[in-house]
Design a protein around this ligand. Sequence first.
Ligand code: NOJ
Length: 732
Amino acid sequence: MYRIKISLLIIALTGTQLIAYAQHKPINQRVDSVLRLMTLDEKIGQLNQIGPVSDTAGVNSIKRGYVGSMLVVHGVKDVKQMQALAMQSRLKIPLLFGYDVIHGYKTIFPVPLGESASWDTAAIRASARIAATEAAASGVNWTFAPMVDIARDPRWGRIVEGAGEDTYLGSQIAKARVLGFQGKKLGDVDAVMACAKHFAAYGAVSAGRDYNDVEMSDHQLWETYLPPFKAAVDAGVATFMSSFNTLNGVPAAASNYLQRDILKGKWNYKGFVISDCGSITQMISWGYVADEKDAALKAILSGCDVDMTSNAYVHNLKQLVAEKKVSVALIDDAVKRILYKKFELGLFDDPYRFCDEKRQADAWNDPVHKDAALQMAERSMVLLKNQNHLLPLHAHGQTIALIGPLIKSKHDLQGSWIAAGVEERVLSVYDGLTKKFGNNVHFTYAKGADIKENDTTGFATAVQAARQADMVIMALGENGDMSGESTSRADIGLPGRQVELFNAIKATGKPVVVVLMAGRPLVFNEIADNADAILYAWFPGDEGGAAIANVINGDYNPSGKLPVTFPLSVGQIPLTYNGYQTGHPYTAFGVPFQSRYTDVPNTPRYAFGYGLSYTDFKYSNLILDKTSMAKVGVINASFTLTNTGKYAGEEVVQLYINDAIASVVQPMKKLKDFKKVALQPGESKTITFTIDNEKLSFYNQQLQWVSEPGIFKLMIGSASDDIMLQSDFELK
Ligand code: NOJ
């Protein structure tokens, strides 16, 4: 009786009064108090995410409270308009606004794979922080990022969205991005909810073809693919998104194993899980369910809380409850997870708190953001080749021919997922170089060829420009939209006639610097063999042109290292640094009865962790404070790093460990730590890595995380194939 009276009282209150009524209570209680007022339709509405609406039906469903969140709607004006509709609903439950803020919102940073090449988790975190600040000032309170899928197949276009092939590096970057997006705490006006995606194993789609199936051992799943997701959970990630793929025959959106057993069970995750776009009804096409109703049933039972744009939940859950196939308790659990986040974000206290026009304008024009994008772009670039120290360029009074389809391009430099980014903000390579070198250099320009076209009529002018110049800088690669969702490629060479263009220019005998842009490792052997210098710039974002110019003229000494292996041949894929010795160990190309190819070596073109600097680093004096340790103990491995060259620079020092004999065969090397160290010319620093039991552990046959006593090899180097120091130690 008492409870009924209270409920009636609450219903009689206005929305603002309702908020005030509960404001002093802990969030759990506030969630419960709202839940008690909700009809089943309103509850199901919270599990429903829709895209932008323009029609009356869409508007009405928001007004009825049948929508919990929207995607793509962003910018203060549009968000306010939609939120105002939700405020006309019976219970005035605010909407969430989710958007793909992947590498910047207004200010576009390098694509995530490029940022990962910096191996600079502080800079990556700062980049996510800025993206969140701009997005949160523009009405967005939820980003569908970070993508933490380990990706070992560069044919898969979405490799661009992640941190590359390595589990350890990927986990560190996952953590940095979550902390960056979510800021000090959810509820601050500059914090957005992050979303760890795509759960799980999406990076391992068969044949590198997007949306495909994944067949994977549990061991591989736990050892390689799940840890970055766990790192995101540990960093407090607010939400999860499931993936488009099947995992061993079960679509991820309906995977009880992933969503209930692992995520909400073993990891005790309290946030909520959203499907990917339409992936609930896509289960019909997979042949996993008969119809939309069956799809909704399987998804909700297996722990998928929010339906992204399938409409399967709004259409079917009520009926499924009536048929007693789905319990209200199960729906309540999902609703509570969502309401909790809405309270945490402060949306119940002020549904318009992310809608301040002045804050939006300030965030979009903050010069600090532009500067950070420049620094991130500089740090992301990897110098792959620098014959005869051609770079940095000391070019006074010279003529330099700028050639290639990406020299004047702007849009391409932003890569895929550009949120609210605009082309006008991008500095092209041409603009960056001409600005940097000013009147010291005479630049000429010829496009030469288009990226995807077969037309070679531009070659002659380009060759002529090269002949008349002292040297050439070429910008070649993919279009910005050639990597990303649904952009798998079977041939990852340079598209169109770009290699021929390069060969024609090279034939002039002039020194050629090639700047390559792409969202994935490309195969470019002729260029790798014959260019004088190669800078891999990924898609470097708005400040790409300035960053490239700074690297070329030496204002910035490149420090990026590859976060993913670059194969020699597409046939080697998947090729990673941490493969196995096998029972037929490979020693050299051409030796029979070894685990090998008869037509190409096993080695990559460029190994994981590789990247040059303008200076040289010497590794010396490795000292282990002990040669054996107990499981509760640690070993400190120290060494001296010296800058023996002429330029100040940064080196990413990498620690790899090999477990010599184990009950599950171990890779020859696993990255277990790294540091980015800045040194002046002639300067030395002592670097220490601490090895603990965690770094020696792996998933055993029972999928327990264990270490096993025995001999381990510790390797320290500047790349996975360039080990400078090594020593054995024992785990007792
Ligand atoms: C589909 C993509 O797979 C996912 O990553 C993205 O967040 C959603 N679409 C929403 O745009």
